[in-house]
Write a protein that binds this ligand. Sequence first.
Ligand SMILES: Cc1ncc(COP(=O)(O)O)c(C=O)c1O
Length: 420
Amino acid sequence: MSKQLPKTGEPWDTLSDRLVGLGENDIDWRNKRSAVYVFHPGDDVLKVAKDAYALYQSENALGLAAFPSLKKMETEVIAIAIDLMNGPESGTGNITSGGTESIMLAVKSCRDEAASRGMYVDGANIVVPHTAHLAFDKATHYLGLEIRRVPVDKELVADVSAMREAMDEQTIMLVGSAPCFPYGLVDPIPALGDLAVETDTWLHVDACVGGYLNPFAELEGIELPPWDFRVEGVRTISADLHKYGYAAKGASTVLHRTKEQYAHQSFSADNWPAGAMTTPTVAGTRPGGAIASAWAVMHYLGVEGYRAKTRSIINARTKIEAGIETLGLQVFGAPHLGLIAFGAADGDDLPIYGVWAHLHSCGWFSGVVAEPNGIHLMLSPSHEEVADDYLSDLTEAVAKARGVAKTGGAADGEAPTRYA
Ligand SMILES: Cc1ncc(COP(=O)(O)O)c(C=O)c1O
C-alpha cells in the first residue's frame, strides 16, 4: 500500500467517526462473546482504566525524577503485587509493557546474575514445561540462550523429574506456569521449587494470567498448589496487570524476591554525548497512562472488587465446564481458574474445529489449541451473564458438526489461527 500524510488536517469530529468506522470489522468484544485478547470486567471498570490512562497519557516513566506521581504509583503497585504474591520485605520489581517484557527481564536478570558468578552464559539453557508461553522462546532468542521444552505429564502439567533429566551444568533457569496459557493449569510449583533449591537454579513462575486472579481465587476457596513466593525456590514472577488486573493494555509486573537479584535487571551505558543512562526495563520511554490505569483499577476494585470479579469468572467456568461434560466432550486437564480448553472425548471423531467454526458464525470468538485439537476459552467476569447462551450455541454447534461429519462433509475445515 502507498499513502501520504494528508496536506491539511481534519477535524476531530470526523476523525473520531472514521476511527469508529475503522473498527467495524473488529470483533465486538463489548457484547461479551469473545474469550481471547480482551478482559471485560464491566463498563465501570473499563471507564476507570480508560480515564486514568487519559489523565497520564503524556507523562513518561523514563523520567521518574520529573514525575514523582508515576514513581509513587509504580512503587505502590509493586508493593501491592509483592504482598498479594506473598513476597518478602526485600521484594521489588517494575511495571513493564506486558507479559513478554516481564519474562524477558526475568530471564535477562537470571542470565546476568549467572554471569556475575563467573559462569560462561553464551548458549546457557533454560528448562521449561512444553506448555510454557512462547515468550520464553522469544526471550532466549534475544538473549543468546537455549530453551529446552520438556513434555508435560499425563495431567498436562510440568513433569518435574523429566525437567530434572533435561538439566545440565549449563542450566540457569527453571520455569513453571500458574496457570499455563494452553490449558489453564497450574504447574506443581512446590516440586519445581524443591528442584530449584537442590540444584541452586533460578525458578521463574509465569503468572501472567494468574498473578491477579489466583490470590482472589484462593480467597474464594479454590485450592491451588502454592504457586508464588511462598515457595522458597521462586526468585521471579511475571504477572500481567492488563489481563486479570483489568488495567489498560501495556501493563505487567516483573517481581523479584531480593534487591540483589533485581540489580541484574537494569541496563546502563554512557558511551554517547548525553551522559549515562540506566533503565530497569527493555523500554526507554514508559507510558504513564498504563501505570496510572493499573494503579487506579487496583484502588477502584480493592480486594472485595477483585474477589467479586473472580467469583463471576469461576461461576462461568464451572457452568461451562459442566455443560461441556454433559455434551460428552472432554475438558483437557483439571483447570481451577478462568481458562479452559476442551475437545472431543478420546475415541470420538467429532470435528472440533467445525464446532469452533459454527460458534464463530454465531458471533462467539475464542482461540483454539492443537495438542489435541480443541477450543480455548479465556473467561472474563462478564461471561457469567452469557454462559447459558454459549452452552446452547455449543449444543447446536456439536450437533451440526456431527451431522456434517456423518454426511461426509468437510466438517473440520481449516484449523483457525491460533491465538496465544
Ligand atoms: C501464561 C502467559 N505468559 C505470557 C504471556 C505473554 O503476555 P503478553 O501478551 O502480555 O506479552 C501470555 C499471554 O497470553 C500468557 O498467557
